[in-house]
Design a protein around this ligand. Structure first.
Ligand code: TPP
Ligand code: SF4
Ligand code: MG
Length: 299
């Protein structure tokens, strides 16, 4: 069940989802574009802010919930997904969004991704992938390229990066997309599509860190690497092709929907609901259960 299809739609502007808090990101940080795209997507969805829960971990990117008018929970580094799953299961009618960084989502929090994917919890997971730990002043992140030099890796990284697109596709995610604030209209559309998708939706955002990121990852430089998947004629239902395209992460910057499962599995929430209904139908009266376990007074 997609919660965006079940409740009445109201008319909102992007500004209705922007809080009065002034972002403290560095001027030019890509995350400014992400919050703008997100608020546009929420206006298009039409759910009021009090019906939205926005969960994040810790990092520059994880500040986003505070800049929106939705309910926000800035949790613990790497633990946004378990908390978001709990919120969604406790209150299935809430629209639940999760914001994370490449470190938060694929380093300390990487182990949670497999489980949210295989349960197909109806969440939209937006990762601001800047290939660096921004908040803690520029250490290697799991998506930093091999050879990447930072203040704490003077001789360059000796590791191959995690590929977030392949990672979630490998676990069987049904909606996988990538965007950039360079294309704000496209990014807002992707977030909207992710929210409307009935199940777990992953959106990797190439959101540059202008302070600690590499020159070739900055917005201006991204322009030469962007390849729009729709313009390439990619069919998002073709998972094998999506995997091939995902392998080009780090060399090309594909934008758009890589994979949208035409027959997504049921969400975990649907399963829970069915189980609850079945249990209610076959419920044995409490007195009968007690009789089985408690000694009965002799006649
Ligand atoms: C348990 C724990 N370990 C480490 C930290 C320190 N820490 C805070 S944010 C962060 C990494 C942030 O990088 P990323 O998730 O990529 O977000 P960005 O700042 O780049 O948006 C780290 C290591 C912490 N807050 N808590
Ligand atoms: S350190 Fe990087 S990621 Fe953090 S606010 Fe500044 S530019 Fe953005
Ligand atoms: Mg980061």
């Amino acid at each position: 069940m997609n919660t965006t299809d079940t409740l009445p739609v109201e008319k909102f502007q992007a500004g209705d989802f922007k809080s009065d808090l002034k972002p403290i990101w560095c001027p030019g940080c890509g995350d400014f574009g992400v919050v703008t795209a997100l608020t546009r997507a929420l206006a298009a969805i039409g759910r009021p802010p009090h019906e939205i829960a926005f969960v994040s971990g810790i990092g520059c990117s994880s500040r986003i919930p505070g800049y929106t008018t939705a309910y926000g929970f800035n949790t613990v580094h790497g633990r946004s997904l378990p908390i978001a799953q709990g919120i969604k299961l406790a209150n299935p009618e809430l629209l639940v969004l999760v914001a994370s960084g490449d470190g938060d989502g694929f380093s300390i929090g990487g182990g949670h991704v497999a489980h949210v994917v295989r349960r197909n919890i109806d969440l939209t997971y937006i990762v601001m992938d800047n290939q660096i730990y921004g908040l803690t002043k520029g250490q290697l992140s799991p998506t930093s390229a091999r050879g990447r030099k930072t203040a704490t890796s003077n001789f360059g990284s000796l590791e191959d990066p995690v590929n977030p697109l392949l990672y979630v596709l490998g676990y069987g995610a049904s909606f996988v997309a990538q965007g950039t604030p360079l294309d704000m209209v496209g990014l807002a559309k992707l977030i909207e599509e992710g929210i409307r998708f009935p199940g777990f939706a992953f959106i990797n955002v190439q959101s540059p860190c202008v302070t600690y990121g590499e020159e070739e990852q900055q917005l201006k430089a991204q322009r030469s690497r962007v390849e729009n998947l729709a313009a390439l004629g990619h069919d998002p239902a073709d998972r094998a092709r999506a995997i091939e395209l995902a392998r080009e992460y780090g060399t090309k910057l594909h934008t758009g929907v890589l994979y949208r499962n035409p027959n997504p599995p049921p969400t975990y929430g649907e399963g829970v609901l069915q189980r609850q209904q079945a249990l209610r139908k076959d419920a044995v009266p409490r007195q009968d259960i007690l009789k089985r376990f408690l000694p009965q007074p002799s006649a």
